[in-house]
Design a protein around this ligand. Structure first.
Ligand code: NAP
Length: 375
């Protein structure tokens, strides 16, 4: 580090830590102040010591700026996105904008798209891994993730590389990471709860779920995870730390239902009208937000979240219950017309019992879950 310092003979005690170094992080400042050189005897016979006085003395070029630049670089990550489709490209834009180095790999050739986004594309996974990225970000479809992970030449990566995923289900990637990655790799499971449509203008206040599944104790490894999470904090996301199991429970009741409703409505081919209500606009937006996602994504939400099946059954039950309530009501009106007062007191409109709470086992549909005493 002596090359960053100006050397001047002095008899005065060393100055307090140079204020100019306050721009620099602790470790840089520390490196700047350690230069102490053996005492030298000058012509006067007095002992002089060479000391660092300042780092802003005339230099061939601005070393301080150079150091600040080096620090900035040290907080930047080399992120390799594996799966450079819709969502991978969407994330890459933010990473590049924040100054991170982005490498990309996909089974399709996205060379020119990557180039236009400021990322380097590697069609060969081996070449990608030999770049020694800090982070491998798995951004493939849920259903292809395991085969992609199996095909990774892990031996070409630096030990303790950080593996991150952004899959819309969480227990599944957590389990396959633990199963396939040697202990010396770090694991962070995440789910940005937004996509290229819902997050196209801003990520402000959009939830970002994460679970630090396995992170080594070393300071640099902890700092690397924080640097990655910082990307989303800087974009204004609401950071939510929760276990993968908790995520899947919540997501089945919210995200899977949302996507299912969006896809059902899409099948109805809803169209905008000159008299759209706010509610109807919401439905049109829902279709737009969900139908642009691939069917693979939706299928993955169903197949790889063990809570999804229950939600599908609840939807079925709820729809049947609603129909029963409507038809029951109609039935009552018709009977009144047919039999007049003769039946008064003898007939009661079928009542819709509430569905059991989320998470409680559903009884078979034939049972009296929906108590319809008059049927
Ligand atoms: P997707 O259909 O779920 O995934 C597409 C990506 O998977 C593409 O990169 C594609 O590569 C790759 N892929 C598909 N089949 C493959 C196979 N057999 N082998 C290797 N790669 C394969 O759509 P997506 O929207 O881009 O989502 C990517 C991931 O992000 C998913 O895990 C999803 O759950 C998650 N996510 C998406 C959103 C969203 O709003 N879209 C939000 C949060 C999280 P090629 O393009 O090269 O074929």
């Amino acid at each position: 580090m002596s090359s960053f310092s100006s050397l001047q003979p002095t008899t005065t005690p060393p100055p307090p830590a140079a204020t100019r170094t306050s721009l620099l992080p602790y470790h840089c400042a520390h490196q700047l102040s350690f230069s102490s050189f053996p005492a030298q005897r000058l012509h006067s016979g007095r002992r002089h010591r060479f000391r660092v006085r300042a780092i802003d003395a005339a230099q061939p070029y601005d070393y301080e700026a150079h150091l600040v630049n080096r620090f900035t670089q040290s907080t930047k990550l080399k992120i390799a996105i594996v799966g450079f489709g819709n969502f991978g490209q969407f994330l890459a834009k933010a990473f590049v904008r924040q100054g991170h180095t982005v490498y990309a790999h996909s089974r399709s050739n996205y060379q020119s798209i990557a180039q236009s986004l400021g990322a380097a594309f590697f069609s060969d996974l081996h070449d990608l891994c030999e770049q020694h990225p800090d982070v491998i970000l798995i951004c493939t479809s849920i259903i292809s993730t395991e085969s992609v992970l199996r095909a990774m030449p892990l031996q070409r990566l630096r030990r303790n590389t950080l593996f991150v995923d952004v899959l819309s289900v969480k227990e599944f990637p957590k389990n396959i990471f633990i199963q396939h990655l040697p202990n010396h790799f770090d694991i962070l499971c995440t789910h940005p709860m937004f996509g290229p449509e819902s997050g196209k203008h801003s990520w402000q206040n959009l939830p970002f779920v994460f679970d630090k599944v396995r992170i080594g104790d070393e300071e640099s490894r902890v700092a690397r995870v924080e640097a990655f999470l910082d990307i989303f904090k800087k974009e204004g996301c609401t950071m939510v730390e929760m276990t993968c199991a908790e995520h899947d429970k919540y997501a089945a009741g919210s995200q899977f239902i949302t996507h299912t409703m969006g896809r059902i409505l899409e099948k109805l081919e809803l169209e905008s009208t000159p008299i759209n209500t706010k509610g109807y606009e919401t439905l049109l937006n829902l279709v737009e937000n969900t139908a642009s996602d691939s069917f693979d994504l939706y299928y993955g939400l169903f197949m790889y979240n063990k809570n999804a099946m229950e939600q599908l059954e609840r939807l079925d039950l709820a729809f049947e219950a609603l129909k029963k309530e409507l038809f029951g009501h109609l039935h009552e009106v018709l009977r009144k017309q047919l039999f007049g007062k003769a039946e008064e007191g003898g007939f009661r409109r079928p009542m819709l019992a509430k569905l059991p709470k989320n998470g409680t086992p559903l009884l078979p549909p034939q049972s009296e879950t929906l108590s319809n005493k008059s049927n």
